[in-house]
Design a protein around this ligand. Structure first.
Ligand code: DGY
Length: 321
């Protein structure tokens, strides 16, 4: 019997590739950039499984191109807004992701961005690099403190909870959160489930952790920034599209909020000429939330496990919900 074929759309840690190679013929796209759409469609034809990245659009066209032997898509990410899950379900294709193993690394990055933005660290570092550091400045680079403040968590899933625990445990912060339903784990730590309006009005820091859906696209727009406090710091490590970026740039420029720390933007990469990149009070990282050696190894392992289960016609260990 011939071996199944699996397409992996970027180089990932070898632990995942080796797991796949034991049972399948594996085609790993060698480029540094994602495969262009026509190349993706060409390579997926005749495959039985696809290990995709968040930069690959997996839709009905691609699934049809893969053909009738196609069984499973495993996204190398916890987010899966790049996949048309209904189109996969209609075709009997299983879809999996890599939850849990990147919770700590992403939560750590969210707190890093929050601190960096609050303390104006990128601007201060730039000042040194540019040779503009003249003396100790009594009024230079004044930021905002965290101790005892209130953080609003938008989307209290695993990562939101991990961020809340870090900020409550480390800085004694009060936690407010929004979610479709109250979360027992969050309530147990004393976090308060509130409406978005109340959360934005009362929070000194807001950290975004909801998935991107039709309901959350552009959720933080001009009207929401108008509710926030002028000293507030906004952090986003979820998906860029949750924020209306023009409205955010206006809010940062107009002093409606103090600063922002973004690990995700629309598009990615954000051009260096973009307003947000130019703003001193906007700290932007190139989508590195899960970029620790441990998390990426574990993601590779989980993504491969999903593929292997899908090829064997078994339930995926990590199916998307
Ligand atoms: C995810 O997993 O969804 C992150 O955005 C990338 O690790």
């Amino acid at each position: 019997m011939s071996r199944p074929k699996v397409l992996v759309t970027r180089k990932i840690p070898k632990v995942g590739i080796e797991m796949l190679q034991r049972v399948a013929d594996v085609d790993v796209w060698p480029g540094e950039m994602p495969p262009p759409r026509d190349e993706l469609l060409k390579r997926v034809a005749g495959c039985n499984g696809l290990l995709s990245m968040l930069s690959d659009g997996v839709d009905g066209e691609l699934l049809d191109r893969a053909g009738s032997g196609f069984k499973v898509v495993s996204n190398y990410a916890v987010g899966y807004n790049n996949i048309d899950v209904s189109a996969a379900q209609e075709r009997g294709v299983a879809v999996g992701n890599t939850p849990d193993v990147l919770t700590d690394s992403t939560a750590d990055l969210a707190v890093t961005l929050l601190l960096a933005a609050a303390r104006r660290l990128p601007a201060a570092i730039e000042n040194v690099k540019q040779g503009e550091w003249k003396t100790w400045e009594p009024m230079g680079f004044l930021g905002v403190d965290l101790r005892g403040k209130t953080v609003g968590i938008l989307g209290m899933g695993r990562i939101g909870l991990a961020v809340a625990q870090r900020l409550q445990g480390g800085w004694g912060m009060k936690v407010l959160y929004t979610a479709r339903t109250a979360k027992p784990d969050a309530d147990q730590m004393g976090a308060k489930h509130v409406q978005l309006t109340e959360m934005l009005q009362q929070s000194d820091f807001v950290s975004v952790h909801c998935p991107l859906t039709d309901q959350t696209r552009n959720l933080l727009d001009e009207t929401k920034f108008a509710l926030m406090q002028p000293h507030a710091v906004l952090v986003n490590t979820a998906r860029g599209d949750v924020i209306d970026q023009e409205a955010l740039a206006d809010a940062l420029e107009g002093g409606k909020i103090f600063a922002a720390g973004l690990d995700v933007t629309t598009p990615e990469p954000l051009p260096p000429t973009h307003r947000l990149v130019q703003l001193e009070n906007c700290t932007i990282a190139p989508h590195i939330g899960s970029a620790s050696v441990q998390s990426r190894d574990d993601m590779a392992r989980l993504a491969a496990e999903n593929i292997l289960a899908g090829l064997a016609g078994k339930p995926l260990p990590n199916p998307v919900s």
